[in-house]
Design a protein around this ligand. Structure first.
Ligand SMILES: [Fe+2]
Ligand SMILES: [Fe+2]
Length: 292
């Protein structure tokens, strides 16, 4: 089931916290990538996360010469508003029926923070299941790994986490059985692109821990050659020890290239750059990464 591989892939950064130097792209706190996967049998475009509003994504797509109507399916890495809020606006431009939206079954749960004041940060403001379905979205909610297209797989839920990645620095809460409880972000899922000569891990915020996610990607595909990891690593509020441990473990796994930004944080990015040197690249809106 997880042995098919893609011939080539092209990943467009549709939205990121950084717009790049001397570009006309828009930046916004959030993430959205368009993954174009070509295999022997098919070629599909998968939208990975949708930022916190559709406008900057649509602006950047125009600059990149990409038509939203060519999007075949949508993958939501987790519930956070900076990855999900642009959904309705994008669906309205895709203008198709039955657009598969892949996400974890708990994506619509109540999700709040209290610091510095109570506010919802999950799927909010009109992003109800009914409204999304009205505009052509067709939910495919599952927590198990599965192939979206030949050579591209969901990691599913990351059940086994490395000890040092079990605790999150940010205090996130949910309501369960009428009680306020810590939210462990079990909905955090990533994508694995499998090529003939290795895998690429594509993550949104890595709330499950980027080392734990990468280990699951290796386990699912049986491929230990990791060509790249792309996405946010959520180390922005992490202690230095956690950053160091992450770098140590990813180095041991011989990860070839690192493309990161969003919630990774400046300190962690500097540390990654020191180790990966030219094989570290900062993500920005408009950046295109190709695998041939
Ligand atoms: Fe995020
Ligand atoms: Fe997040």
């Amino acid at each position: 089931m997880y042995t098919s591989s893609a011939k080539k892939a092209k990943i467009y950064t549709l939205l990121e916290d950084y717009a790049g130097y001397e570009t006309s792209f828009y930046a916004q706190h959030g993430l959205s990538l368009l993954i174009e996967v070509e295999s022997e049998k098919t070629k599909k475009r998968i939208l990975f996360d949708v930022g916190q509003s559709a406008e900057p994504i649509l602006h950047n797509m125009k600059l990149l010469g990409l038509d939203p109507k060519t999007i075949d399916m949508i993958f939501l890495s987790h519930c956070h508003y900076d990855h999900t809020q642009g959904l309705l606006g994008i669906l309205k431009k895709i203008e198709k029926n039955n657009v598969p939206i892949i996400a974890h079954p708990t994506i619509f749960r109540s999700h709040v923070v209290f610091d510095p004041y109570l506010r919802p940060i999950g799927m909010i403001e009109g992003n109800t299941r009914e409204e999304i379905e009205k505009y052509g979205g067709k939910f495919f909610l599952t927590k198990t790994p599965f192939p979206l297209v030949n050579g591209l797989f969901s990691t599913g839920e990351i059940e086994m986490r490395e000890d040092f990645e079990k605790e999150t620095e940010i205090e996130l809460y949910t309501i369960e059985e009428l009680e306020i409880r810590r939210d462990k972000m079990i909905d955090d899922m990533s994508l694995i692109l499998k090529l003939d000569n290795g895998i690429v891990v594509i993550s949104g915020c890595s709330h499950a821990g980027i080392v734990s996610i990468t280990k699951k990607a290796v386990e699912i595909t049986g491929e230990s050659n990791i060509k790249a990891i792309i996405g946010g690593f959520h180390l922005i509020d992490a202690r230095k020890e956690r950053i160091d441990e992450t770098i140590k473990k990813l180095s041991e796994m011989n990860v070839e290239k690192i493309y990161t930004g969003h919630c990774t944080g400046f300190l962690a990015e500097c540390e990654f750059k020191k180790i990966w040197k030219d094989n570290f690249e900062k993500l920005h809106s408009g950046k295109i990464i190709e695998f041939l």
